[in-house]
Ligand binder design. Structure first.
Ligand code: ADP
Ligand code: MG
Length: 452
């Protein structure tokens, strides 16, 4: 169930978009738990007093509905219930949920992620074409496309393409056995088996993943560096590859940028074919929004669609999230969406500062905030390591994201001299080369500074 999987994200989104303080969030929102889902109704456990239940219902029912629709693309009824009433309800999972988990076991495929619903643009044309070829030829995969390595940033359509390949094969080559798995699931299965010391469990995993014609493994970056899981995957890869079976891998980076990737993986990933998915251009973003309007049978003003396409650029999930939010808002409140309401509703998604100028000052502020320090601390004389490191990261980012000179960077960072700045930059540069975690950290902060 997608709502359950995304529950944490949903709660955090409520916090962000409704600008709840930490205290409010911690006391009212964070403790909310799903008790049960019946069809399109979600029962949520409220704190144990009637008065709290009333308060939450009054204040947070609509925000929750809106955000659930925004994050999952589906609308639900919500009812808060008291723990004592929950006890009286049938605690058994509804049949709907059992059906769903059975489907989960089969292939875990989103029925909406097909080639039909995938909008092709210049950013994904190659990846799309090759995916289609791989799906068509899955019976007898060409060496040239095996493995297929799809890579690209968050929310750009990797999972959608992988599911499309799987659906296409299921429909057109029903004899082929396919297995799609997010690499986190694979990891958990392996870890579980190891923890239980169970050979039977390990064998079951091998059986599941090695007796297939097509293996699709999503977000491979999550298993890199996890020794046993990586080893298990490596062996599975070899077995399938040697048997001439198709393998499809996705990742957020190309193999050459996965610094901690062992050479044996790197070379294997590069045996076949690599295709990247980039950020969609304006036309593609418009086409995706129009397609979604069509699918959801709704029509907004052109001006609104253009506003969204102009302002959300780098993540298709957010692009869709914006539309979901407007649809939910309009249905829940029965208000017709004008460009003004749209702007208001999307304010929290569309960062109004998106086009702000990137200056060393801005970088210092954002780095400080990221490490829960103040800009003054970064600029100060303090040599304590929890300040020094953020400070060096700020130096590195100033050098890489602004045109400021070393002397200029030293100036804004509390009048430090040029050699101190060079030292700081070099330190972070070296770390980036050897540690994937540092790279990821830098990337995260970079996105905060420049979300585009
Ligand atoms: P990723 O796996 O790369 O993080 P997803 O495949 O989950 O991204 O895509 C995020 C959302 O954007 C999904 O809802 C997906 O259907 C949608 N999406 C991505 N690319 C396209 C596209 N080319 N056409 C239509 N929808 C797309
Ligand atoms: Mg994905």
């Amino acid at each position: 169930m997608i709502v359950e999987e995304k529950w944490q994200e949903i709660l955090l989104t409520v916090k962000e978009e409704y600008e709840l303080s930490k205290v409010v969030y911690d006391s009212w929102i964070k403790p909310l738990e799903i008790f049960r889902i019946d069809g399109d109704k979600i029962y949520i456990l409220a704190p144990p007093e009637q008065i709290a239940l009333n308060y939450i219902t009054k204040k947070y029912l609509t925000p929750l509905k809106v955000v659930i629709a925004e994050v999952t693309g589906m609308e639900y009824e919500i009812e808060f219930i008291l723990p004592e009433d929950a006890k009286k309800m049938k605690p058994a999972k509804s049949t709907a949920m059992q059906d769903d988990s059975a489907a989960h076991k089969n292939h875990d495929l989103n029925p909406n992620y097909t080639f039909d619903t995938f909008v092709v643009g210049s950013n994904n044309k190659l990846a799309h074409t090759i995916s289609l070829v791989v799906a068509e030829e899955a019976e007898n995969p060409a060496k040239q496309y095996n493995p297929l390595f799809l890579w690209g940033g968050v929310g750009l359509g990797k999972t959608h393409l992988m599911h499309s390949i799987a659906h296409h094969i299921l429909a057109n080559h029903p004899k082929l056995k396919i297995q799609y798995v997010p690499s986190e699931v694979f990891t958990n299965e392996v870890i579980d088996a190891i923890r239980n010391g169970s050979n039977a469990q390990i064998n079951a995993i091998r059986d599941k993943y090695r007796n297939v014609d097509v293996l699709l493994i999503d977000d491979i970056q999550f298993i890199i560096g996890k020794d046993r899981t990586q080893e298990e995957f490596f062996n599975t890869f070899n077995v399938l590859y040697n048997a001439g079976k198709q393998i499809v891998v996705s990742s957020d980076k190309p193999p050459k940028e996965m610094t901690t990737l062992e050479e044996r993986f790197r070379s294997r990933f590069q045996w076949g074919c690599m295709a990247d998915i980039g950020s969609p251009d304006y036309e593609t973003r418009m086409a995706i929004l129009r397609r979604k309007e069509e699918m959801d049978n709704i029509r907004f003003d052109d001006e609104i669609i253009k506003y969204i396409a102009t302002n959300i650029k780098s993540n298709i999930r957010e692009l869709e999230g914006a539309l979901n939010r407007l649809m939910a808002f309009s249905r829940l409140t029965n208000v017709e969406i004008t460009i003004e309401t749209a702007k208001e509703q999307l304010e929290s998604i569309i960062n109004p500062d998106m086009h702000r100028e990137i200056t060393p000052q801005l970088i210092i502020e954002i780095v400080a905030e990221h490490f829960q320090k103040t800009p003054e601390q970064l600029i100060s004389k303090s040599r304590s390591s929890d300040i020094v490191r953020p400070r060096q990261i700020a130096m590195y980012l100033c050098k890489n994201m602004t045109g400021a000179s070393l002397a200029g960077i030293g100036e804004v960072l509390g009048g430090r001299d040029h050699s101190t700045i060079i030292h700081g930059i070099e330190k972070i540069e070296a770390e980036c080369k050897t540690k994937e975690s540092t790279q990821n950290l830098i990337e995260t902060i970079r996105k905060k500074i420049n979300p585009n």
